[in-house]
Design a protein around this ligand. Structure first.
Ligand SMILES: *[C@@H]1O[C@H](CO)[C@@H](O)[C@H](O)[C@H]1NC(C)=O
Ligand SMILES: *[C@@H]1O[C@H](CO)[C@@H](O)[C@H](O)[C@H]1NC(C)=O
Ligand SMILES: *[C@@H]1O[C@H](CO)[C@@H](O)[C@H](O)[C@H]1NC(C)=O
Ligand SMILES: *[C@@H]1O[C@H](CO)[C@@H](O)[C@H](O)[C@H]1NC(C)=O
Length: 297
């Protein structure tokens, strides 16, 4: 019996050991490391803590989004957010019950993310339009950024590009009247024409709104939020205090009246008071025809 237990207990120990890197056999006793298993070095970077599952996509910061956009499959997603994956059971059962006609779509496989990468895409060639001239070919396949990105403000865009030159055949079509009188084909009817196409060599999940989309005179760019921010914050705050009658327009960085109204002659609509005002009470010369569309912009 004793021998049996020795062997049995040892086997049990080994089995437990193989389930994890280290086993704490007894509380208070240092964990045992088995040969072949890496011993954690306290000087090493701490293991990746993963990400918290966000309450909504908007609350993920750029760093988290870029990690989310660098993974490809469900297992990596689960690892990143420390999720337990549901068992693979159902998809195995389907292979057996397929013939019987089980659940619809039972041959499904786990989807992999179509990450943002250069991929073969059909691109129309930018060819001149001339009457009686035919070009061939009219489109090519070459790498363009494709795929999708997580994050409402992100889009798959090229990071690096290169210009690729293609030769296409340019053929002058001779009209039928002329062809009848001149049956022999002329050699110089066809020639090569060079077209340039931009090939995307690297892609990234970048902001939909870029710095150059901001109006530099009135806005600054906030890269972390992929947005253009109005410089005149004070005016914005002032406008928002009057939000029953006014609203702030982020695009023009201006405050507008919620309701405009047509004004009588001799009156002008004021974007300050949101009312029609006597022209006389203002500094004078106005153009009554344009009253209704007055703005402070
Ligand atoms: C998920 O992706 C990682 C890295 O690209 C790869 O090592 C792993 O085998 C993939 N897993 C599945 C189930 O496709
Ligand atoms: C499911 O099928 C895979 C191979 O298709 C197999 O490796 C795995 O052991 C199966 N799982 C179950 C629970 O039968
Ligand atoms: C206006 O811009 C601010 C700051 O950039 C943003 O928080 C807000 O959601 C924007 N409002 C609209 C209506 O786009
Ligand atoms: C004005 O702002 C307050 C508080 O910021 C908000 O509760 C209210 O709905 C706003 N009114 C309008 C008309 O937007």
């Amino acid at each position: 019996m004793k021998v049996l237990c020795l062997l049995g207990c040892w086997l049990a120990l080994v089995a437990v050991a193989q389930a994890g890197n280290a086993v704490n056999i007894m509380p208070g006793v240092a964990p045992i490391f088995f040969p072949g298993q890496p011993i954690p070095d306290p000087g090493q970077p701490i293991p990746d803590p993963g990400l918290e599952l966000p309450e909504d996509l908007n609350s993920l910061d750029m760093v988290s989004l870029s990690r989310l956009n660098s993974i490809r499959n469900i297992s990596e997603f689960a690892k990143l957010f420390k999720l337990d994956l549901p068992s693979d059971g159902p998809s195995n059962r389907t292979t057996i019950t397929l013939r019987v006609g089980d659940l619809a779509g039972s041959t499904s496989k786990k989807a992999t993310m179509a990450n943002c990468v250069p991929e073969m895409t059909t691109v129309s060639l930018n060819l001149p339009t001339e009457s009686n001239v035919m070009y061939y070919p009219t489109c090519v396949r070459l790498e363009q950024c494709g795929g999708c990105c997580f994050g409402p403000h992100l889009t798959c865009r090229p990071k690096t590009t290169e210009v690729v030159k293609f030769k296409v055949l340019r053929t002058v079509m001779t009209n039928s009247v002329r062809r009848r009188s001149n049956r022999r084909r002329r050699q110089n009817e066809a020639s090569y024409h060079e077209v340039e196409v931009i090939k995307h060599t690297d892609c990234e999940c970048g902001c939909k709104i870029q710095e150059q989309d901001c109006i530099a005179s009135i806005q600054t760019y906030n890269e972390a939020e992929c947005s253009c921010v109005c410089k005149n914050r004070d005016e914005k705050a002032k406008c928002e205090k009057q939000n029953s009658t006014k609203y702030w327009d982020n695009d023009s960085c201006s405050c507008y009246c919620r309701k405009t109204q047509p004004c009588g002659s001799g009156e002008i609509f004021s974007q300050v008071s949101c009312k029609c005002e006597q022209l006389a009470s203002r500094s004078g010369f106005g153009f009554p025809e344009n009253n209704e569309e007055g703005s402070t912009a």
